[in-house]
Ligand binder design. Structure first.
Ligand SMILES: Nc1nc2c(ncn2[C@@H]2O[C@H](COP(=O)(O)OP(=O)(O)O)[C@@H](O)[C@H]2O)c(=O)[nH]1
Ligand SMILES: [Mg+2]
Length: 228
């Protein structure tokens, strides 16, 4: 019993310290009108692919920078830099999520400009990134159609913490049994206000609506066409 209560106290202390740094990040980002989004999902649902497309298609519209979180490797940072975008890779080692201090250090290195977009790719899993505020304006949960429509119900904390749900890989819908309406309903049962985008990060379907939302959030007008 004693041990259990100690570990609860430790967890509360860690989260408390994180929340304080996240609040600092949020204040700094707000003062510069930087839209920071925290992309959370299972491994392989398409976070980096969605980023690559978004960075390429919006390149001439808004300045953007990326913080990449993974346990190991520089692979995703290399994919992002290939689009011409500044990127910092954070390797968390045994850690399963990014924390606010990592994002703070990443922002110091990147020094993102005013009125820009800061995209943060979290470590791939639907569990602990839900607990750690990074100072972002919104968490964007990405669910691909190969994962099963029951995942919102199985990972309710992530859905509750997210403002946006991107359903990705809709180009694969003819080949998988994924009930889009059931997935959306499951997400809305947990978070009625969650905003949903249905996209294919590979063939570009649905990305126009995603881009319009991004630009409106940051106060840039104009419609962007997704590249073929
Ligand atoms: N068919 C299809 N494949 C996709 C799509 N988005 C990503 N992928 C593929 O899914 C795999 C994992 O993508 P990645 O972006 O690395 O996922 P991450 O681990 O969430 O960053 C890669 O092979 C991508 O090419 C999509 O919209 N449609
Ligand atoms: Mg990735």
């Amino acid at each position: 019993m004693h041990r259990a209560s100690e570990s609860v106290e430790l967890e509360a202390a860690i989260l408390g310290k994180n929340d304080k740094l996240a609040a600092e990040n949020r204040g700094w980002l707000k003062a510069k009108n930087i839209l920071a989004l925290n992309l959370v999902s299972s491994p392989g649902s398409g976070k980096t692919t969605l980023l690559e497309r978004t960075l390429t298609d919006l390149k001439d519209k808004i300045p953007m920078a990326v913080i990449e979180g993974d346990q190991e490797t520089l692979n995703d940072a290399e994919r992002i830099r290939a689009t011409g975008t500044a990127c910092v890779q954070v390797n968390t080692g045994t850690g399963c999520h990014l924390e606010a201090d990592m994002v703070q250090k990443g922002m110091e290195q990147l020094d993102p400009q005013e009125n820009s977009l800061l995209l943060i790719e979290n470590v791939g899993n639907l569990v602990c990134p839900a607990l750690f505020d990074l100072g972002e304006r919104a968490k964007v949960a990405i669910l691909s159609v190969t994962e099963g429509a029951d995942k919102p119900a199985k990972y309710p904390h992530m859905i509750a913490a997210s403002d946006i749900l991107v359903i990705n890989k809709i180009d694969l819908l003819p080949y998988v049994t994924f009930d889009v309406d059931a997935a959306i309903q499951a997400a809305r049962d947990i978070n009625p206000a969650i905003k949903v985008f249905q996209v294919s990060a590979t063939n570009g379907e649905g990305l126009d609506v995603w881009y319009d939302w991004l630009l409106a959030e940051i106060g840039v007008s104009g419609t962007i066409q997704a590249a073929e």
